[in-house]
Ligand binder design. Structure first.
Ligand code: UDX
Length: 424
């Protein structure tokens, strides 16, 4: 198998047996299969003798929010014209209708012997190897039965249901899946925000909802909003695809807006406890858009850090793998959690790294100027954190004295009648 990339440093790193990004398990996979793997900068060399050519380039958003397919088109244009039979397999996330366009472009170049199949990936960062080897489903959309069959056969060793469909539906399955998962997250984030107002605990609410088999438990974790290279962009792609096709996808507008606002809510929580943030020191713990990745794309930490800097706060930051020094100017970066929280008025859990589970320690409390923890991922146990001497604010939890009704008021009576004052 040949892997082709256009960045010489990446190819050199891979040839040296190293992986140029952080993804648990990929290095072992490459090591184990090194005999069968080659890395090259040359498209013709990669394609020579291949029966299948997978297009796996990224499709970032353009200024209009639509998918930038220039890398997809470049990869296709670089396919050498040959009489050999091969199947082009689209792994990249593309707007519905792209397969049709690629088919037409191949035919126009006289490459009608080249087959085409859409075979979207559903890999989440941090668990990509497992997601690939043990997928929930395999989706194959093709114009020709024989091409669909060949791509399905490639997955013969994988135990998962196969959804065989047309190309447009396969493309839509990918976009709709990501948009739906993002919708669930925005939904639970809004439930969390209401829970804060009415004194409910969103973790219990999500558990109680998720045990309903019709709902399911996954993607109901509230937090600081979703990020990453897929959800934000794929939701925007689907919204614009609908719009470009004459349909106003109203729900997705809300999903996007809720997510944008969710990323900023931590600022309000900090202000609630600290008043103005001018001159206050805030420690951001975790910068990657989620744990087990070094990816900073669309990470809530970036929005949060920028807002805090705009409010005049001093921002200190830590992440075990993500290097944000080129993205976040004006933030100071530290190697350890303890160093980061030293002198801070608040410690904010932004990414759910395991290393942060022991945050509420005596060392942390003594190092901080104000022992305030804002838990943007509900990673910690509020009772334990408070017992350790911290003020605690989570997401969707009645978590500080300011959140609960004063004891003198009857929560069940919205307009309690007050007894007239009597003198004994
Ligand atoms: C996602 C899809 O899961 C994957 O199938 C697709 O191929 C690519 O996009 P990824 O972006 O790597 O994968 O991460 P994922 O684990 O799905 O999380 C996305 C974002 O949602 C993260 O910011 C995460 O913190 C957030 N999230 C996830 C929540 O806020 N709550 C949840 O319950 C789940």
């Amino acid at each position: 198998m040949a892997v082709r990339d256009i960045v010489p440093e990446k190819v050199a790193t891979l040839r040296a047996g190293k992986v140029p990004f952080y993804e648990p398990g990929v290095d072992e996979l490459i090591d184990r299969n090194s005999e069968r793997l080659g890395f090259t900068l040359d498209a013709a060399e990669a394609v020579a003798g291949a029966e299948f050519v997978f297009i796996c380039v990224d499709t970032p958003p353009t200024y209009s929010g639509d998918a930038d397919l220039s890398r997809v088109w470049t990869a296709i244009e670089e396919l050498p014209v040959s009489r050999e039979r091969l199947i082009l397999v689209m792994k990249s996330t593309v707007p519905v209708g792209t397969g049709e366009k690629v088919r037409a472009a191949l035919d126009a170049r006289g490459l009608d012997s080249v087959g085409y199949a859409s075979n979207p990936e559903f890999l989440a960062e941090g668990t990509a190897v497992r997601d690939f080897l043990e997928p929930d489903r395999i989706v194959v959309g093709a114009f020709e039965e024989a091409d669909a069959e060949a791509v399905e056969q490639l997955h013969a060793g994988v135990d998962a249901p196969v959804v065989r469909t047309d190309v447009a539906s396969a493309e839509m399955i990918k976009l709709a899946s990501n948009a739906y998962l993002g919708t669930r997250i925005s939904f639970i984030n809004e439930i969390a925000n209401v829970c804060e107002l009415v004194g409910a605990d969103v973790n219990d609410v999500a558990r109680g909802m998720g045990l309903d088999a019709r709902i399911g438990r996954s993607y109901l974790r509230p937090g600081v909003g979703f990020g990453g290279s897929c959800f934000p962009k794929d939701i925007s792609f689907l919204k614009l695809l609908a719009g470009n096709s004459g349909y106003h996808f109203q729900l997705l507008n809300s999903v996007i807006e809720v997510n944008e606002l969710q990323k900023r809510r931590v600022v309000g929580k900090l202000q609630k406890h600290l008043g103005t943030l001018r001159g206050k020191t805030v420690a951001l713990l975790g910068l990657a858009f989620k744990a087990n990745t070094d990816d900073l794309r669309e990470a809530p930490s970036i929005v949060l850090a920028s807002r805090l800097l705009a409010e005049g706060a001093d921002v200190r930051a830590w992440d075990p793998v993500a290097d944000a020094s080129q993205v976040l100017k004006g933030v100071s970066f530290h190697d350890t959690v303890l160093e980061t929280v030293t002198g801070a008025d608040a410690a904010v859990v932004v990414t759910e790294w395991d290393q942060l589970r022991s945050l509420a320690s005596t060392d942390t409390r003594e190092a901080m100027r104000t022992p305030l923890i804002i838990d943007g991922r509900n990673l910690l146990d509020p009772d334990e954190v408070r017992a350790a001497g911290f003020t605690y604010e989570g997401i969707g939890r009645a978590s500080s004295p300011l959140d609960v009704l004063p004891e003198t008021e009857e929560p069940d009576q919205p307009f309690p009648e007050r007894a007239p004052a009597t003198e004994d």
